[in-house]
Design a protein around this ligand. Sequence first.
Ligand SMILES: NC(=O)C1=CN([C@@H]2O[C@H](COP(=O)(O)OP(=O)(O)OC[C@H]3O[C@@H](n4cnc5c(N)ncnc54)[C@H](O)[C@@H]3O)[C@@H](O)[C@H]2O)C=CC1
Ligand SMILES: [Mg+2]
Length: 283
Amino acid sequence: MSLRHELERLLSKFGQDSQILEDSVLIGCSEEQEAWFALDLGLNSSSSINASLQKAEIETALQGSFIKLTKALFELNVKDASLLSTAQALLRWHDAHQFCSRSGQPTKKNVSGSKRVCPSNNIIYYPQVAPVVITLVSDGTRCLLVRQSSFPKGMYSALAGFCDIGESLEETVRREIAEEVGLEVDRLHYSASQHWPFPNSTLMIACHATVKPGQTELQVNLRELEAAAWFSRDEVATVLRRNNPSNQQQSGAVPFWLPPKLAIAHQLIKEWVEKPTCSPLPA
Ligand SMILES: NC(=O)C1=CN([C@@H]2O[C@H](COP(=O)(O)OP(=O)(O)OC[C@H]3O[C@@H](n4cnc5c(N)ncnc54)[C@H](O)[C@@H]3O)[C@@H](O)[C@H]2O)C=CC1
Ligand SMILES: [Mg+2]
């Protein structure tokens, strides 16, 4: 039986019309050049009747289980997590761009899902990505970690912010750091980037920054952050070594934990601990 027939058989078993296969989007391909597509079965939409019943049926038939996307992303290997993140972001973009913002008419997806077109005026819509900078600020010996109230309990991360229209990345970094913790950036350099599907599709651009010598006093913007503090290399290294909130609860010794391996914030922090990018600044 071909894969298409097998899929159609499964869809009909779950009460879905095989026509929805047309809504699938291309998210990558295997080393053998097989195309990989993703499809939203709409089980989370409020209009979906008996969604939980269908979910249970699908779990049994496919011998798997549905779990929250945030959890899944941190349990998969990097390659699968990246596919899942692309699939989720692309499917959500299509769902939110069903209509042309100029004519109000329905838009039409191309076969691969790389764009949507309005048939009445030929306007093409491409999936959008919002640039976000995430910066690990250091004073040479300590690094700055922050908490937003929406973070999981006890988790601290690097400082992040969306680029405003008209800004360069450097300007965003300087503005966000000044706005959120009242510090002036001295030196800045790029580290790496990562696609991130939350809250919508973002391109996380990770940087290291140092502050001017002797200017390390924090003015925490409590509308944006719950807390911000300087941490020593030893403190951060200890937390990285046993970076699991439940481990830490048992030991009771470590007051905070850091984003999991897959998050670019983790990579930034690890880089700083292992290889100081900027030599200590004079006090
Ligand atoms: N992968 C990782 O390691 C990490 C990822 N992040 C991501 O970075 C993102 C940005 O960090 P924040 O500190 O929240 O940004 P932020 O400091 O710019 O504040 C967020 C606010 O910016 C405004 N905003 C401006 N442009 C926006 C846009 N295009 N989309 C949504 N909101 C926009 C909204 O009012 C929003 O509440 C977060 O949404 C989070 O998902 C944050 C930390 C770690
Ligand atoms: Mg922020």
